[in-house]
Ligand binder design. Structure first.
Ligand SMILES: *Cc1c(COP(=O)(O)O)cnc(C)c1O
Length: 411
């Protein structure tokens, strides 16, 4: 007998991107120990949890210390007190009705977007945008829905929807039939958005083709444009074709605290091999109740406080702070004559490299000449080549300093 591994894991390309960024940073630091490096590559918040959240978090911890108020296992799907606030604030506000049984609270949108494919057949054809949040791709590779990665950087059997300056980062509908489409808007890594009309094209496609949209809306809190939807369910009929993922991570600084939620509407149907309709909601419920034991009570109480009047105000100020940085980055780079995308309804700014430099060459230039670290666009997929991602999750001072330094460069 031998232990047989899941060989699909061997198809995965090593997480070259952030490893290589770290390697080049370390090498630069060794040669330039006094250099003041500004990191604008991080996809993580930097501001602490707001006072309203901390207060609720502390109070819930104290409840855990008292036999009268102690909480053991909670519902795997999350507590109703949080689901109700989510529905009220994230959905009712936009004219969307949901039942608490359609909201599944979890420890992350990363894990949910990764785990959701568990409940779908192995022979579904998958489409992703290119560039992409790599979790969608890698989890389908692990499950065996792809072949090997080809020389062009794309996995065999996956459909890639190109997003670049030529199509203004609006993906075209798949040219071959697909069953499941992953969309993330506002987008990571490009920071670009889809308007309601542009998203409706995908909802209509899904309805016509019995396809499913997995909509990652982790960045809706950063939306500043009126025609950009805060939920895919703002599009008529989307409840019949879409699952939505949202998170407190970027919205409220919960990246290290862990709380997110996934909406699986009752109207959503899949099909068994005989062509019978099957409700998706009970499948996800079954998956979660079997493989997941819920988010801790104090964390859910902390998340509930995000929706208190104080919490909303305090969090709003932080988002504004980050978005002021985004504005500064956009303006500085645009003034330099660079082509700049995103950063209006997103903390990410996607910059076209000057003079057709490749992503890594521009990364090296910024590191060596300005001591600023970005993320090479090519790491997010073949269509990311020739771009670099900068993030607004830094201090105002560092953001300004980084832009001053970059503004002195000659391209
Ligand atoms: C940061 C991020 C998330 C959030 O993941 P969590 O696990 O909730 O922290 C989800 N999707 C995308 C595209 C992200 O960039």
């Amino acid at each position: 007998m031998v232990v047989k591994i899941n060989e699909n894991y061997l198809k995965l390309k090593s997480s070259y991107l952030f490893v290589e960024v770290a390697r080049r940073e370390a090498e630069f630091r060794k040669a330039n120990p006094d250099a003041d490096i500004i990191k604008m590559g991080i996809g993580d918040v930097t501001k602490p949890l707001v006072p309203a959240v901390i207060k609720a978090f502390h109070a819930a911890v104290d409840e855990m210390a008292d036999a009268e108020t102690f909480m053991g296992y909670g519902p795997e799907q999350g507590y109703d007190f949080l689901a109700e606030e989510i529905i009220e604030n994230e959905y009712k506000t936009y004219g969307i009705d949901l039942d608490t049984s359609e909201v599944f609270i979890s420890d992350g949108a990363k894990s949910d977007t990764a785990n959701i494919q568990d409940i779908f057949g192995i022979d579904n054809k998958i489409a992703v945008t290119d560039p992409v949040y790599t979790v969608y791709v890698d989890t389908n590779v692990m499950a065996g829905r792809t072949g090997e990665m080809k020389d062009d950087g794309m996995y065999e059997g996956l459909t890639y929807l190109k997003c670049n300056s030529e199509n203004d980062f609006v993906p075209e509908l798949p040219s071959e039939p697909v069953d499941i489409i992953y969309l993330c808007y506002p987008n990571n890594p490009t920071g670009t958005t889809l308007t309601k009309d542009q998203l409706k094209v995908f909802v209509d496609y899904a309805k016509e083709n019995n396809a499913l949209i997995l909509f990652d809306a982790a960045y809706v809190a950063f939306i500043n444009e009126d025609d950009v939807p805060h939920s895919i369910y703002e599009i008529e009929g989307a409840k019949e074709v879409a699952i939505e993922f949202k998170s407190f991570s970027k919205t409220a600084g919960f990246t290290g605290t862990r709380c997110a939620y996934t909406v699986v509407p009752k109207e959503l149907m899949g099909y068994d091999s005989k062509g019978n309709e099957v409700e998706i909601n009970p499948l996800w419920n079954r998956r979660q109740t079997t493989k997941f034991n819920g988010v801790s009570y104090p964390v859910q109480k902390a998340a509930e406080a995000v929706y208190s009047d104080e919490g909303k105000k305090q969090i709003g100020e932080i988002i504004e702070y980050y978005m002021e940085n985004a504005k500064i980055i956009r303006k500085s780079l645009t003034d330099l004559g660079l082509d700049v995308y995103g950063g209006v309804s997103s903390p990410y700014i996607w910059v076209k490299t000057p003079n057709d430099m490749d992503s890594w060459a521009f990364f090296d230039l910024l590191l060596n000449e300005a001591n600023v670290i970005g993320t090479p666009g090519s790491g997010f997929g073949p269509s990311g080549e020739g771009y670099l991602r900068l993030t607004a999750f830094n201090t105002l001072e560092n953001t300004k300093e980084a832009m001053d330094r970059i503004s002195k460069l000659e391209f």
